[in-house]
Design a binder for this molecule. Structure first.
Ligand SMILES: *Cc1c(COP(=O)(O)O)cnc(C)c1O
Length: 396
């Protein structure tokens, strides 16, 4: 007899848990898109988004997932034949570079492996090697969701400046926005992309592109930008439809209004601190399990880990069975390994991820960890003892 009845918990790194307040806000009749409440709420939504991104510059919304936000951002700054530098710490860094190549740009890779962030020295050296100054933009994930590596964005900016290079700094915050501390303006970020379904707690469907005035100047010098992706009218609309180059994502906007209200009434500092505290409990449990068995956190050093997602390795004999057990027996869906396949494990089944982004609290984290402990017990997975006590102590 399964114990999975009751409310399910999707603990994967996006889509994340949707708050009831978001769902309630979306559960309504179609609003008028020509006048009234919906157009009227746009200035507040845009300023709420800018406050999450910590920018006073430009914000745009696209009806898109994260891949769409990637393409939207790059369509405004990369023309055929342009060069970009792509920092890789996992599948998502590589994926963004593939979008740049699809637009006809050449991407120089800076591969940092799957377990460690990029260093300022490596970026500075790569930019110094570009003596002709051809690299137009540095593409960097804040958090690569596949590996849970977190890059130090202020360090990337300092490296660009130290190299005396003029490249834009473009950062993918799709996993991290609203979870890990991020400061667009203070850290000198020129372009930032995000999406609705992770730390922002809204269903998939909205992509966000924030850009600096310096990036706007790069856009202005482009030979052409396709009408739909052009960020200029979206950031400076003369009419409501121009925010979206067409019909508005009506219900998502109501969901977003509710989620921004939640984030700002908690306060961004408190939101980041909550995520750090939850992550600390998860890491304490995982480190303890790992002391007496095969479980390993992908990222060794705490300061290199995201507070939104934790990537783990447990070996191919246990990984798939663990995820099947928690889903079937406990109503808890854990994330699959992504971009982690090896010749011995072509499906990457020895890897899994715990998503801990967005609308989560201590009892959800303890329930997740307790369910994993129950799975280990049922499946006879060797492990260190005291993991749940360690998590509880980390929370206390
Ligand atoms: C989820 C994610 C993406 C892709 O977003 P989609 O909505 O699946 O297209 C890209 N980058 C990062 C860092 C992500 O976490």
């Amino acid at each position: 007899m399964s114990a999975s009845g009751g409310r399910e918990y999707l603990a994967i790194p996006g889509p994340s848990v949707m708050p009831d307040a978001v769902l309630r806000a979306m559960h309504r009749a179609s609003p008028n898109i020509y006048a009234g409440e919906l157009p009227d709420m746009m200035p507040e939504l845009i300023s709420g988004l800018k406050a999450v991104a910590r920018t006073e510059q430009n914000a745009t919304i696209y009806i898109a997932n994260g891949h769409g936000a990637w393409e939207a951002a790059l369509s405004n700054i990369l023309a055929e034949g342009d060069q970009a530098l792509g920092i890789y710490n996992g599948r998502f860094g590589v994926g963004w570079a593939e979008v740049a190549r699809g637009l006809g740009a050449e991407v120089i890779p800076l591969d940092c492996g799957l377990k460690t962030p990029a260093t300022g020295e490596a970026l500075e050296a790569a930019l110094r090697a570009d003596t002709a100054g051809k690299i137009k933009v540095v593409l960097c994930t804040h958090v690569d969701t596949s590996t849970s590596v977190k890059n130090n964005i202020a360090e990337m900016r300092a490296a660009i400046d130290a190299a005396g290079h003029d490249a834009l700094l473009a950062v993918d915050c799709i996993a991290s926005l609203g979870c890990d501390h991020f400061e667009m303006d203070a850290w000198g970020v020129d372009v930032m992309v995000a999406a609705s379904q992770k730390g922002l707690m809204v269903p998939p469907g909205l992509g966000f592109v924030f850009f600096s005035d310096k990036a706007a100047a790069v856009r202005a010098a482009m030979p052409r930008v396709s009408l739909y992706w052009d960020w200029t009218p979206r950031a400076n609309p003369q009419a409501f439809w121009q925010y979206f180059a067409g019909t508005a994502p009506t219900h998502h906007l109501y969901g977003l209004q509710a989620s921004l209200e939640m984030l700002h009434s908690e306060g961004m500092e408190a939101v980041w601190a909550r995520h750090a505290r939850m992550a600390g409990a998860i890491w304490a449990a995982c480190e303890t399990w790992g002391q007496g068995g095969p479980l390993k956190l992908n990222v060794a050093e705490r300061t290199h880990r995201s507070c939104a997602v934790t990537a783990l390795h447990i070996g191919v004999e246990h990984g798939l069975r663990l995820r099947q057990w928690t889903e079937g027996e406990a109503g808890l869906t854990l994330g699959i390994g992504l971009g982690m396949s090896t010749p011995e494990d072509p499906e990457g089944n020895g890897f899994f991820r715990i998503g801990h982004m967005g609308h989560i609290n201590a009892q959800m984290v303890m329930g997740t960890l307790g369910s994993i402990e129950a799975a280990f017990s049922s499946l006879n997975v060797p492990r260190g003892s005291g993991a749940l006590e360690a998590a509880a102590a980390a929370l206390a």
